[in-house]
Design a protein around this ligand. Structure first.
Ligand SMILES: Nc1ncnc2c1ncn2[C@@H]1O[C@H](COP(=O)(O)OP(=O)(O)OP(=O)(O)O)[C@@H](O)[C@H]1O
Ligand SMILES: [Mg+2]
Length: 460
């Protein structure tokens, strides 16, 4: 089967059949006497190239060219024309024709023109394939071993398939809401379109509406003379990510609702209805239910935004993710800072697992970044991560030992961190003099030095 499909549309039998006979060995050729039949066949046969006579009966070649281009911008069209039609040729080139040939047709020339056009198609296809690979490579790395994260990944892979279903992502700060939003974008059919983020909390409330929906010139005092495209418009054919959606004013909420329901909106000060297709993903860590009760958030908008809901649990609730995430960040920062980090000491792993991650994954990422940057050796210790339990004497002078959490505690790790704490405090008191610091702790100098070295390298 020849790889390219070529349509020949000409009402002159000799030209149509002559060209067909010449090229049908190399391409899948379809011939048509008029543009109407060719356009009807195009959606099924999907031509790569159309040789199109300008002077056709009924619909002329220029009209037909526009229809072919509407069907697909990928179809290349070569116009066939008589000399006297040169004015029309210019019009055709402006309307998107790829090239033209002039009657009487010289077959060798036509063959070269066709071969050049098909090379263009081949190159375009290659570029498109490369772009797709490149874009898919940008897919963010969403790490997680816990069942909760696996379930979320399966779910978002499924819901991403629709190009425009609204999705609401809920979760505490730093749980990965924005990352989930961009993962959905890159897995969706809109992945080649733009991913536009609007942080509703950082745009002043009185500007939000015009920033989102754009404005016409002179819409309000201070509006630019030329008017402005809104962020919604910029996200056309892609994804609009509304972060902190709970911060939208009631007026902007009403406008957003109309847009979500009908795909239509007006620019601020505008009279022309704008229509657009984009997927809206929204996120919040506010309690929208409580805001609805207080009359601060529209219930109908809440339902529309949350046709599909994704809830990301806090990091503390998915302990299985802590070490995989920590290792992922460690490798990333190791490469970034060109530091040969090999892993975490077992004490560091324990510290990572027992820490209370109120800032969730963002806090973990920050801790690892600092740890990799400042680590002395290849193995990261609790000290490198700044995750030692602090239980020195409290201000009142009494020992402030931490309480035992419900699932118990690691006494060995705690004892080690206490030992480290006092060793460092003694070194400070002794102005960096090891033997004096050892004396303060009733240890002989060698024992002090040996244990301190072990602790600092994370070997204990
Ligand atoms: N599962 C994950 N895998 C890899 N990186 C993650 C994961 N979850 C979060 N991160 C990273 O943690 C940081 C915080 O994530 P993100 O900004 O998506 O959180 P958020 O929920 O939007 O936070 P906020 O509510 O504060 O806006 C980002 O750098 C993100 O890349
Ligand atoms: Mg965010």
């Amino acid at each position: 089967m020849p790889p390219y499909t070529v349509f020949i549309v000409d009402d002159e039998d000799t030209i149509r059949e002559g060209i067909a006979a010449d090229i049908e060995e190399d391409y899948a050729v379809n011939t048509f006497r008029n543009a109407e039949e060719a356009l009807e066949a195009a959606p099924v046969k999907k031509p790569d190239l159309v040789l199109l006579d300008i002077g056709l009966p009924k619909m002329n070649g220029i009209e037909a060219l526009k229809h072919f281009k509407e069907l697909s911008r990928e179809i290349l069209v070569i116009m066939i024309t008589a000399y006297e039609d040169i004015q029309s040729v210019i019009e055709c080139m402006k309307a998107g024709a790829h090239d033209y040939i002039v009657k009487p047709i010289i077959m060798e020339e036509l063959e070269v023109t066709i071969a050049n056009a098909l090379e263009t198609i081949c190159l375009r296809k290659e570029i498109k394939a490369l772009q797709e690979v490149q874009l898919r490579k940008n897919v963010p790395c969403f790490i997680g071993e816990s069942k909760a994260i696996h379930d979320i990944m399966d779910y978002i892979e499924m819901v991403a398939q629709s190009p425009d279903t609204p999705i609401l992502i809920q979760g505490d700060t730093g749980t990965g809401k924005e990352l989930v939003a961009s993962t959905i974008h890159y897995q969706s059919p809109n992945f080649q379109g733009p991913f536009v983020t609007v942080n509703c909390a950082t745009i002043p409330k009185d500007l939000l509406e015009s920033e989102m929906f754009g404005y016409e010139k002179g819409a309000f005092s201070g509006a630019g003379a030329a008017g402005k495209r809104g962020l919604v418009e910029m996200a056309g054919g892609g994804t609009l990510f509304l972060d902190e959606v709970g911060d939208l004013s009631l007026q902007a909420q009403a406008k957003l609702l109309r847009f979500l329901e009908q795909g239509e909106y007006y620019r601020v000060g505008g009279v022309h209805l704008q229509t657009l297709q984009t997927r809206v993903i929204s996120a919040t860590n506010q309690d929208l239910d409580a805001m609805i009760v207080r009359g601060e958030f529209r219930k109908d908008l809440y339902f529309r935004l949350g046709v599909v809901k994704v809830k990301i649990p806090s990091l503390n609730a998915r302990a299985d993710d802590i070490l995989p995430l920590a290792r992922h960040f460690m490798v990333g920062f190791g490469e970034k800072f060109a530091k040969p980090v090999a892993g975490f000491s077992s004490a560091a792993e324990k510290a990572l697992l027992s820490h209370n991650w109120t800032g969730n994954v963002r806090e973990l990422k920050n801790v690892i970044e600092r740890g990799v940057l400042t680590a002395a050796g290849p193995t990261l210790t609790p000290a490198d991560l700044g995750l030692e339990a602090s239980f020195g004497p409290s201000e009142s002078g009494a020992m402030g030992f931490p309480p035992i959490p419900p699932d118990g505690l690691d006494l060995t790790a705690l004892t080690q961190s206490m030992e480290k704490y006092y060793m460092e405090a003694a070194m400070k008191m002794a102005g960096g003099n090891e033997s004096r610091a050892a004396g303060l702790l009733r240890l002989n100098h060698h024992t002090f030095r040996y244990r301190r070295k072990k602790i600092l390298s994370g070997d204990l």
